[in-house]
Design a protein around this ligand. Structure first.
Ligand SMILES: Cc1cc2nc3c(=O)[nH]c(=O)nc-3n(C[C@H](O)[C@H](O)[C@H](O)COP(=O)(O)OP(=O)(O)OC[C@H]3O[C@@H](n4cnc5c(N)ncnc54)[C@H](O)[C@@H]3O)c2cc1C
Length: 382
């Protein structure tokens, strides 16, 4: 493996970092989080910089960048808030899926809109009775004439009510088959008639919002299906490694900032006549956190490197999601301890880092699900 970044990649990192340091100051991110303010303006400012077109194929007006750039951007955009990164990369996930599986009409409609910052996406798979066992979903879309009629319930959909959002909905279109077969991905406008959204009070992703969705005879056109009807599960699986790497990279970016905040505090804060950082017990914790952070970073760029070369990385992507999300939580949790009472206030970044970290641990397949994938692959000799 060679993780030498090209000059262009270094410049990309630098320019993203500059924008995020200017526009996403920690105090502002704290306010957006606590007051549950959707970051419309910040996300809109990314469009003229070409961030939304970064991963769109060149023939559709984009720059056609690859997994290494996706890792770099996800890490840097998340520096002060993984919710900002999630708001950004959910649009990019939509682009990657449409570019790969969409019809010419879908590409012509959605890709220019994303490029110009006029379109985002959310993804609705989880249901009240179908979480980790995602393929057991029961939401149905039945073809009636030239329309799909959708009925069912979804839960935890991140940023489903965002302005300019289109929901990518997982629904069963072939009701004779159960589990993985017969699932399709449908584009549903967030303001579709018959769709009711209820905001949940989750502790993470508070600026984006998590929503319960109720579909009651919601109608979308026949061509609102991404790719082939019934092939939705294969498209989800096809995208999983990129998705896991993106989430993991954002955890590394945010964890680096949390770690820097902890170190800064330990240098300043004095007890028993010396800085907290001079106590050996505290130094050992700091050393352990630094090792974990460096390992997490290596896993992200290892998976990006494998994706770039088309090397199968199902196990590595699961390892990466597991370790990086858990590391973000570990750093935030130890940070709460190391900052004493101040670590538990919202004036410092630890509590928010912990809340956001738990969102990453749980969303997109929990840690146990990643462990299941890793162990299954090892035991089957994959
Ligand atoms: C902040 C946040 C954002 C989210 N965003 C989205 C979104 O945008 N779209 C969407 O569709 N969903 C989203 N989700 C839902 C998320 O994907 C699910 O919460 C997750 O997959 C777990 O499902 P569940 O909550 O039903 O828990 P369950 O599946 O009921 O699991 C409960 C516990 O049991 C464990 N468990 C379950 N099965 C096994 C097993 N076979 N082996 C070992 N342990 C097991 C799990 O690890 C977990 O600890 C989000 C969730 C959160 C918290």
């Amino acid at each position: 493996m060679n993780f030498d970044f090209t000059d262009e990649q270094k410049m990309l990192r630098e320019s993203v970092r500059n924008f995020i340091e200017r526009e996403c100051k920690p105090e502002l991110m704290r306010k957006f989080d606590l007051e549950r303010i959707y970051p419309t303006e910040i996300l809109a400012k990314m469009a003229p910089l070409g961030w939304y077109s970064a991963f769109t194929p060149v023939e559709h007006g984009g720059q056609g960048l690859g997994p290494m750039e996706l890792a770099i951007m996800s890490e840097e955009v998340a520096r002060f808030s993984p919710s900002i990164a999630t708001g950004y990369y959910m649009a990019i996930w939509g682009v990657l899926n449409i570019a790969k599986h969409g019809s010419p009409a879908h590409k012509d409609y959605y890709l220019p809109r994303v490029n110009e910052g006029r379109q985002t996406f959310s993804f609705s798979m989880t249901e009240p009775d179908s979480g980790s066992d995602a393929a057991s979903l029961r939401t149905r879309a039945v073809l009636e004439g030239d329309e799909w009629v959708i009925n069912g319930e979804k839960v935890f959909s991140t940023q489903a009510a965002a302005p300019n959002n289109t929901i990518i909905l997982c629904a069963r279109t072939d009701t004779s088959s159960t589990k993985h077969k017969g699932i399709s991905l449908l584009f549903v406008p967030h303001d579709a008639k018959g769709l009711t959204m209820t905001r949940l009070t989750t502790m993470s992703r508070r600026m984006l919002g998590n929503y319960a969705l109720s579909f009651e005879n919601v109608r979308v056109p026949r061509d609102a299906v991404l790719g082939e009807p019934g092939q939705g599960w294969s498209y989800i699986v096809d995208h999983l490694e990129r998705e896991r790497m993106t989430v993991a990279a954002s955890c590394v970016g945010f964890a680096k900032q949390t770690f820097a905040e902890i170190v800064d505090y330990l240098r300043q804060r004095k007890q028993f006549g010396k800085a907290l950082g001079e106590f050996q017990a505290i130094q050992h914790t700091i050393a352990d956190l630094k090792v974990a952070l460096d390992c997490a970073e290596m896993l992200v760029y290892k998976v990006a490197w494998m994706l770039e070369r088309g090397i199968p990385c199902n196990t590595e992507a699961a390892e990466c999601k597991l370790f990086c999300t858990e590391t973000q939580v570990k750093i935030a949790f130890e940070g709460m301890r190391l900052l004493g009472g101040y670590g538990l206030t919202e004036d410092f970044g630890m509590a928010r880092a912990f809340r956001e970290g738990m969102g990453a641990v749980t969303g997109g397949g929990t840690s146990n699900i990643q462990r299941n994938i890793i162990a299954r692959n090892i035991l089957r000799g994959n």
